[in-house]
Design a protein around this ligand. Structure first.
Ligand SMILES: [Ca+2]
Length: 310
């Protein structure tokens, strides 16, 4: 293989992406006309939809379930690897005043639970407020995170709030690391240090989620051991409006070809020598320019090259 042409860097700002998209649309007038009709039709649907769509607030503590996991938009789980999620398999102690979800009947942590006793509970140095939702990371052997997951029931614009608080009142109190992830990628990172310590997060603008996208509320052990790391969680996710049209910039790669030669397009997100991946199958040359489309949705940087395959 020999490298034929170019590297195309897609580390574009949203404004630059829009500019590129506009250029592309100008070149493809026929497509633009079709898109205009499509958008007009969708905007009509959006107006109709807005009349029927009411704002919906989902509250993790209010909707906590001891019996169902997942329950509507919420699920309870854990992770030994940051960004992944395993649903608690179903064990919960429903006879306790402070019932929890757990990985198995023999484990106490990681866990997610709620004080449903109707009174403030004090246990093993923890002070659980009435109706407070709490979670606790796993032990020092497994270093697991405890997680509460919101799964978007429909595509739209959402706002969200998260407040994490220290629950363990002895010694140094709760010492945990807390996070909000969107589709497994960190959106907020913070730390709770001490009983009553609070860390809050509210994004400055709405977040667009598609049907099935996830928002995870996560607690870890803070890097200093898991003992006494019960952390309170108050989390709400608010559906505020539907998004009928979502446009993402993509890339179209074109290159000159020769008869008798074959061409392989590859992409990389790192530019490291061994981290190139084939984009589709080799393309036989015929003397004309060949084109290939690729999605860049969700990727801040993507590089391309075209190789001749002898
Ligand atoms: Ca800790």
């Amino acid at each position: 293989m020999t490298e034929l042409e170019f590297h195309l860097h897609l580390g574009l700002s949203q404004q630059a992406k829009n500019k590129e998209t506009n250029k592309h649309n100008e070149k493809t007038k026929r497509m633009k006309i079709i898109k205009s009709f499509t958008l007009a039709a969708l905007i009509g649907l959006l107006k109709t939809s807005l009349v029927c769509q009411a704002q919906m607030t989902y509250d993790a503590a209010r909707e906590f379930s001891l019996t169902d996991n997942p329950t509507v938009v919420w699920s309870y789980g854990y992770s030994g690897s940051f960004g992944t999620f395993t649903t608690f398999p179903g064990q919960s102690d429903q006879s306790s005043a402070l019932p929890f979800w757990r990985p198995d009947p023999n484990s106490t942590v990681p866990t997610v639970g709620k004080n449903t006793s109707g009174q403030i509970l004090e246990a093993s140095g923890n002070i659980f407020q009435i109706d407070q939702m709490v979670f606790h990371p796993g032990d020092s052997v497994h270093n697991q995170y405890a997680m509460v997951r919101f799964t978007a029931p429909k595509t739209g614009a959402y706002t969200l709030t998260a407040r994490f608080s220290g629950v363990y009142a002895l010694d140094a109190g709760t010492t945990s690391d807390v996070h909000v992830l969107v589709n497994g990628v960190s959106f907020f990172d913070g730390a709770v240090q001490g009983y009553g310590s609070e860390v809050s997060f509210t994004p400055p603008s709405s977040v667009t989620l598609r049907d099935g996208d996830t928002v995870d509320f996560v607690v870890g052990n803070g890097g200093n051991g898991y003992w006494g790391d019960f952390t309170g969680l108050a989390a709400t996710v608010n559906f505020i409006r539907p998004v009928a049209v979502v446009l993402y910039p993509a890339v179209e790669i074109g290159w000159n070809t020769e008869v008798g030669k074959s061409y392989q397009v590859q992409f990389s997100t790192t530019l490291r020598p061994n981290e190139w991946t084939d984009l589709g199958a080799p393309v036989p040359g015929d003397g004309e320019i060949k084109y290939l489309f690729d999605s860049t949705r969700g990727q801040s940087k993507k590089y391309y090259r075209v190789l001749t395959v002898e």
